[in-house]
Design a protein around this ligand. Structure first.
Ligand code: NAD
Ligand code: IPM
Ligand code: MN
Length: 350
């Protein structure tokens, strides 16, 4: 379509700072005949503290009508006593991921030319984690008993459905099939989590028979952290559970140049709901307001958004500009949020 009707949720902390830079870049990346319309939604911990509202049904309905959502980050500082930890994460962010059935949480990781991670060696790192986004221990299925007593019990039940596993595993096989190396690794913990783990493994092998060109592999999640640090080049596509995927993608970001570069998409591949694109990082309260936040992850998330909305050339323009900027970072020295955003925007506009 010739109009992109975009919802923008800056959120808390550095969320609005990096989102502003991503929007700057997105605007100049679009072909001339594509119009961008944006609607800002005030949401997040600060919004909750001001209004008592995390995310209303009306806001969900309004968001649903957009083509896509560009999201920054939400959440208060760990230890902030004004709001219980998890209230806004569950009540707003996860609520949106569930409401819009974002079952593919797409998190690409690559060591960009010129960027150095903390690891020795210079093997190329380029993989994508397909993190399940609607199930696992994230559903809120659990509770507390005997609260406040010495016999208190807390449970957090992991929900794994055959339907939910199969659709995300299938999506991961499709992505692996379309990449040159055609390799897919299932990460779970089926030596201990035998109920969920065996279901994942069985479905993975069943779907694999339909993709004979894809090489498959399995790792327990603890061993996956070893290989992500010692041999990250062995990975192409990883498919995994919601919580394992959360943890592995912060690690993946750290080994490929830092959390400031890691982009993601919460994707509903059916198109029934708008997909939502956001950096992997959070609101970074420790640096909020200092202008030190790296907007690159947000900018690359905007590129994922454009690719999702069938504007692959615009997405590629952003990625090339980021690549060129990263190649020169070592020489350019320390730059702030806006300086990095401006530099990338200029390259896109060239
Ligand atoms: P965080 O990702 O916000 O920060 C971890 C560390 O990385 C901090 O030192 C921070 O300064 C640094 N960092 C993060 N993004 C950066 C960037 N763009 N440039 C430079 N440095 C960056 O994780 P946290 O401290 O565990 O969480 C803070 C809050 O964010 C919590 O309330 C948490 O729940 C929330 N959170 C939200 C999301 C999200 O909205 N998707 C994701 C993760 C955490
Ligand atoms: C992320 C975050 C979220 C998650 C939290 C804030 C709900 O850590 O996007 O990686 O665990 O998915
Ligand atoms: Mn996370």
């Amino acid at each position: 379509s010739k109009l992109i009707d975009l919802a923008v949720i800056g959120g808390d902390g550095i969320g609005p700072e990096v989102t502003a830079e991503a929007l700057k870049v997105l605007r100049v990346a679009l072909p001339e005949d594509v119009k961008l319309e944006t609607t800002d939604y005030a949401l997040g911990a600060e919004h909750y503290l001001a209004t008592g509202e995390a995310l209303s049904e009306e806001t969900i309905e309004a968001l649903r009508r957009h083509d896509a959502i560009l999201f920054g980050a939400v959440g208060a500082a760990p230890g902030d006593t004004r709001i219980p930890s998890g209230l806004i994460e569950r009540g707003m962010l996860l609520k949106l991921r569930f409401a819009f059935d974002h079952y593919v949480n797409l998190r690409p990781s690559k060591l960009w030319p010129g960027t150095t991670g903390p690891l020795r060696g210079d093997a190329p790192i380029d993989f994508v984690v397909v993190r399940e986004g609607t199930e696992g221990p994230y559903t809120g299925n659990g509770g507390s008993l005997r609260t406040g007593t010495e016999q208190e019990i807390a449970t957090e039940v992991s929900i794994n459905t055959a339907f939910g596993i199969e659709r995300v595993v299938r999506d991961a096989f499709e992505r692996a099939q379309a990449r040159p190396r055609r390799k897919l690794t299932l990460v779970h913990k089926n030596n201990v989590l035998v109920h969920a783990g065996h279901l994942w493994t069985r479905i993975f092998h069943a779907v694999a028979t339909e993709y004979p060109e894809v090489t498959t592999d399995y790792l327990h999640v603890d061993a996956a952290t070893i290989f992500l640090t010692t041999q990250p080049e062995r990975f192409d596509v990883i498919v995994t559970d919601n919580l394992f995927g959360d943890i592995l993608t912060d690690l993946a970001a750290a080994v490929t140049g830092g959390i400031g570069l890691a982009a993601s998409g919460n994707v509903n591949p059916t198109g029934a709901f708008p997909s939502m694109f956001e950096p992997v990082h959070g609101s970074a309260p420790d640096i909020a307001g200092t202008g030190k936040a790296d907007p690159t992850a947000a900018i690359l998330s905007a590129a994922l958004l454009l690719a999702h909305l069938s504007h692959p050339e615009a997405a590629a323009r952003i990625e090339s500009a980021v690549e060129a900027d990263l190649a020169e970072r070592a020489e350019l020295g320390v730059r702030g949020t806006a300086a990095i955003g401006d530099a990338i925007r200029s390259r896109v506009a060239e």
